[in-house]
Design a protein around this ligand. Structure first.
Ligand SMILES: Cc1cc2nc3c(=O)[nH]c(=O)nc-3n(C[C@H](O)[C@H](O)[C@H](O)COP(=O)(O)OP(=O)(O)OC[C@H]3O[C@@H](n4cnc5c(N)ncnc54)[C@H](O)[C@@H]3O)c2cc1C
Length: 559
């Protein structure tokens, strides 16, 4: 992990570089020309220039050895600048991942040092025309080439689809089926039989290069098999999902804030019906505040997950999925609302929010779609529910109740209601065997994400109040504002879990699982959840005042 001061300097130089080289007009022009600014990407990855990629290379190979928290901070900043350029940097990170996780010491030394010293750009080749979310369906093959009964190399055949940096990388990690199963290979640009397609004409991130790859009898030496053992590919890919999904989560967060940070000042100046839009509650409480709240819920979860990964708690795939799901969905909603917030101007290229909205769209698709995230989250927490005989979320809710007793203002009481309701909805789904409906399983993934984010946001709001938040943590909001944000989000989460949970449980099996609807409402404590909405508008007024710099004193504290 790098020091807080070094991190601040890296973010500052990134910002400074962007101000000079990637100003709005330049980005709009690149976007309209559908052009990846290769020279800028190289500048960002070059060790004697910005050297962003040094952040994620371990120190022993010439990098800074940044941890998950450092990478989140830099990814958010990159996304605030331009998600296409950020994707290019991400692709090198993803491409080197199988090496960082699974390569032999010699392979690590060779390839990670080349990234650090030469700024070598990588691409990550997993997706295929017929294998996207389900990588198990991959068809690219790597046939053994043997001499005297010894494997000396592999011959790769097949194709890859939608590969970021596909047309510009110097090296590629490619997933292919060996006789012992999927395995990663390193293929260098220029290898005989390897070609890439022309850049895809995309909806957004048009400043990134995305291309198909084609392999026709591409020969690689045996030492290009990552880790030297066949069949480890999917495990190696999964080993870093927690980490890589955090990066995309930070992209959603950064892009969402980039849009809101245009909408907020715009609305302070734009006069309609005699006063600025920022003074109209029907505007701020629909288009601005709810999006700020959901983004900060996503941030809280990203930050906690990054801290846990850095503390050595493992790869935390489910937590990475929750962080990605919440932050990228929130980022999309924020960008979409920002177009509305700018009215006709929002709909033109000049004001950037339209570009951001097209760019951020990719974050709910790559590195696992939102639906795959819902499934990942739901399946894992379902097992916890079963293992603890339904006690898991009740237990976590009790911890929040204890937090509420110490910190009545951070929304922990309401987040506890969300977790209790979640436990009850899951138990009814178990009793009625309703997860056989895939829709219920996936919706459950969303409720879990909301309830857990409410929990973590309340926790982090209390840490901020106690002055115990990690020094690298974002401090855009002070303790009073973050507490209000947390209360607003906890109310939304509790209502969502209870209302949608009841809806779909009843909808899937009225006679068996729902039983008596009134009893269901009592079990999820629906009246308490409705009572907890008390003070919602006041809290939203307060957050709006904070955002527009007119807050004088904290809003009334509610549970
Ligand atoms: C711009 C861009 C850059 C990319 N960069 C890279 C890269 O660098 N490297 C790389 O390997 N890949 C990359 N990808 C590929 C990306 O990761 C995949 O597009 C993504 O994983 C989804 O796969 P798919 O497109 O085949 O969609 P599909 O898997 O066919 O999914 C289509 C839809 O069906 C849903 N769905 C899929 N399975 C299920 C299910 N079991 N149940 C319910 N719903 C389901 C999905 O959520 C989605 O909404 C990139 C894609 C794009 C567009």
């Amino acid at each position: 992990m790098i020091k807080a001061k070094t991190l601040t300097l890296s973010v500052k130089s990134l910002r400074e570089f962007a101000r000079k080289r990637l100003a709005d007009q330049e980005l709009i022009a690149l976007d309209s020309r559908d052009e990846c600014p290769l020279e800028i990407v190289r500048h960002m990855c070059s060790p004697d220039k910005l050297g962003i990629q040094l952040l994620f290379i371990p120190e022993e190979f010439g990098g800074f050895g940044g941890g998950a928290f450092d990478v989140y901070c830099v990814c958010e900043e990159m996304a605030r600048i331009d998600l296409g350029v950020a994707t290019s940097v991400l692709a090198t990170f993803l491409g080197s991942d199988p090496i960082t996780v699974g390569a032999t010491p010699e392979q690590k030394k060779l390839w990670l040092s080349r990234i650090a010293e030469e700024g070598l750009l990588f691409a990550y080749g997993a997706t295929e025309p017929d294998a996207g979310s389900d990588l198990g369906a991959l068809q690219t093959t790597a046939e053994r080439v043997e001499e005297d009964g010894r494997v000396v190399g592999y011959r790769i055949n097949g194709s890859k689809q939608w590969i970021s940096n596909g047309g510009i990388a110097g090296a590629y990690t490619v997933l292919a089926n060996t006789p012992a199963g999927p395995s990663w290979f390193i293929v260098e640009r220029g290898a005989a039989g390897f070609t890439h397609g022309k850049p895809e004409d995309k909806h957004g991130i048009r400043t990134s290069n995305t291309a198909a790859l084609s392999f026709a009898d591409v020969y690689v030496d045996a030492d290009r098999l990552v880790g030297g053992v066949e069949g480890q590919g999917l495990l190696q890919a999964q080993a870093v999902f927690g980490y890589t999904r955090l990066m995309v989560a930070a992209f959603g967060l950064g892009a969402g804030w980039a849009a809101l940070d245009r909408a907020i000042p715009y609305s302070a100046k734009r006069i309609q019906a005699g006063s600025p839009l920022s003074e109209k509650q029907g505007y701020t409480h629909k288009l601005i505040v709810p999006n700020v709240v959901r983004l900060e819920a996503g941030r809280a979860y990203i930050e906690q997950t990054a801290e846990r990964i850095d503390a050595g708690e493992g790869s935390l795939n489910t937590e990475g999925a929750i962080a990605k799901y919440m932050s990228t969905e929130a980022g999309n909603a924020a960008a979409e609302a920002s177009i509305q917030a700018l009215g006709g101007y929002g709909y033109t290229h000049e004001y950037m929010v339209e570009k951001i909205s097209r760019d951020v769209r990719i974050t709910t698709i790559y590195e696992g779609t939102s639906e795959i995230m819902e499934m990942t989250i739901s399946r894992d927490r379902w097992q916890l529910h079963l293992k603890t005989r339904g006690g898991h979320y009740h237990e976590r809710a009790r911890e929040l109740e204890a937090l509420h007793a110490r910190h009545p203002s951070v929304g922990a009481g309401c987040a506890a209601l969300a977790l209790h309701a979640l436990a009850d909805v899951m138990e009814r789904a178990r009793a009625g065997r309703l997860t056989r409906h895939q829709h219920i399983l996936l919706r459950m993934g969303e409720w879990i994400a909301y309830a857990e984010c409410a929990e973590v946001l309340a926790l982090r709001a209390s840490l901020l109040a106690e002055g115990r938040l990690n020094e690298k943590a974002n401090r855009r909001f002070d303790a009073a504002a973050l507490a209000a944000i947390s209360r607003i989000f906890a109310r939304e989460a509790a209502l969502k879990v209870a209302q949608e949970g009841m809806r779909w449980i009843v909808g899937a099996s009225p006679e068996k699982a729902a039983g008596d609807v009134e009893a269901f409402q009592t079990a999820v404590n629906f009246s308490a959840i409705l009572r907890a909405q008390d003070g919602l508008v006041g809290d939203m007024d307060f957050v709006a005042d904070v955002l527009y710099g007119r807050a004088l004193k904290p809003a009334a504290q509610v549970a």
